[in-house]
Write a protein that binds this ligand. Structure first.
Ligand SMILES: Nc1ncnc2c1ncn2[C@@H]1O[C@H](COP(=O)(O)OP(=O)(O)OP(=O)(O)O)[C@@H](O)[C@H]1O
Ligand SMILES: [Mg+2]
Length: 390
């Protein structure tokens, strides 16, 4: 396991062995590698993304597709699935496992998680051994899609820097839902219950706003200093907040008090609209693309992809800074789509400098020419994997 220490030089962490059992279209797939780059090549529907998804299960939540546990079981298998990996770092080797049995799925159980043979309560514990960051084609529409997906993505970035942020968001959303329900179901707009809920909301809202500000400043700084060059653009995260008259230029207690008052004043309107109209749950994010002098949503498809890559690279650097210099594992699904060859190669250079192990997928092996001496190559056909020379 990775022990905390104060040395901030870059340290490696890589998956040396990965086994998928009855996971999606993989009956049994085993990959061993000591390389920094692992390139998986195959036709559409062969099982490439499923391998990346299996790795993403070593993070809290439902993995990179947000799938239900039952959907991950191979439909021709016995029900149930498991993924096992060996992760090596400068601190030694750790064995991680996760999965669920057929009975577990039927009983609605959570998936099981093991570290070095010992059960742990939740996939949160894997964070001590591995960090995983992904970029998938589904994320291409991030800047033009719905704002709640975008907010979730940005809040995950914030949580890398401010560890309490995820719990704050969860609690805040729970209390917002409670407030909306109370407003909707009651004609008494001056109840003690509402006072109490709004006081709790104001306290958490102030922490959320401050955490976001700290993280956005840090990520923006990293994007300018470490990531942007002529090929990957310099961009700045912009928050579009709906805070009414709430000012952030004051002390935390003043902010809490002001937000509490704003919520109280808005009760009537919020009841009528059946939502809380003002607060950090309404914040939207975008990127300002400096070269084009415009917001990300107006940029071309390729430019949006480049902006997303800048953001992911910044995310990886932030992870390193907050994890004693250990580099996260990157999962880049179909990363070469929309990128010209020069940018693909520049991205590979940046990843190499970062020191991360990266798992890549693609339909054509030629796209990985530039890294042929640094990568292990695997071909996949209908869920069957073979290592190939390239
Ligand atoms: N539970 C499951 N059991 C068996 N097969 C599944 C299951 N879930 C998904 N599949 C199948 O797995 C196959 C491979 O999916 P995957 O997304 O990994 O393909 P891919 O190689 O990434 O393809 P593309 O190049 O189109 O992205 C698909 O044909 C899909 O229908
Ligand atoms: Mg795919």
């Amino acid at each position: 396991m990775i022990e905390k220490e104060k040395n901030h030089t870059v340290k490696f962490s890589e998956i040396n062995k990965l086994n998928l059992t009855d996971f999606r279209n993989h009956n049994f797939t085993s990959i061993s590698s000591n390389n920094k780059f692992i390139s998986i090549v195959g036709a559409n529907g062969s099982g490439k993304t499923n391998i990346l998804e299996a790795i993403s299960m070593f993070t809290p939540g439902k993995g990179m597709r947000g799938a239900q546990l039952a959907d991950l079981s191979n439909i021709s298998g016995k029900g149930g699935w498991s993924v096992f990996m060996e992760v090596s770092s400068c601190y030694g080797t750790t064995k991680l496992g996760t999965g669920i049995s057929n009975i577990g799925i039927k009983n609605g159980n959570s998936r099981q998680c093991r570290i070095d043979g010992k059960s742990t309560n939740s996939p949160k514990s894997f964070a001590n051994s591995i960090g995983v960051i992904w970029l998938t084609p589904q994320m291409d529409g991030l800047f033009v899609g719905g704002r709640s997906e975008r907010r979730k993505f940005f809040d995950k970035l914030v949580a890398l820097i401010e560890p309490n942020h995820s719990d704050n968001i969860k609690n805040y959303e729970r209390i917002i839902a409670q407030r909306n329900k109370v407003l909707y179901n009651s004609d008494n707009l001056s109840s003690k219950l509402l006072d109490n809920l709004e006081r709790q909301l104001a306290k958490i809202a102030a922490s959320i706003l401050i955490s976001r500000q700290i993280a956005v400043n840090q990520i923006n700084h990293i994007m300018i200093r470490d990531v942007s060059n002529n090929l990957f653009p310099s961009a700045e995260i912009i928050m579009r907040e709906e805070l009414g008259s709430l000012s952030k230029d004051c002390t935390i207690s003043e902010m809490e008090e002001d937000f509490s008052k704003i919520l109280c004043v808005n009760r009537k309107k919020d009841k009528m609209t059946y939502r809380t109209n003002i607060g950090p749950h309404r914040t939207d994010f975008t990127l300002w693309y400096k070269r084009n002098d415009m917001y990300a949503e107006n940029c071309s498809t390729g430019e949006q992809k480049n902006l997303l890559i800048s953001l992911i690279l910044a995310q990886a650097r932030v992870y390193q800074m907050n994890n004693q210099g250990i580099s996260p594992i990157l999962l880049l699904d179909e990363i070469t789509a929309h990128l010209d060859m020069e940018r693909i190669n520049n991205l590979f250079d940046q990843i190499f400098t970062l020191g991360s192990q990266v798992w890549l997928t693609g339909t054509k092996i030629e796209l990985f020419d530039y890294i042929h001496s640094k990568s292990d190559f695997f071909n996949i056909n209908n869920g069957k994997l073979t290592q190939i020379e390239y």
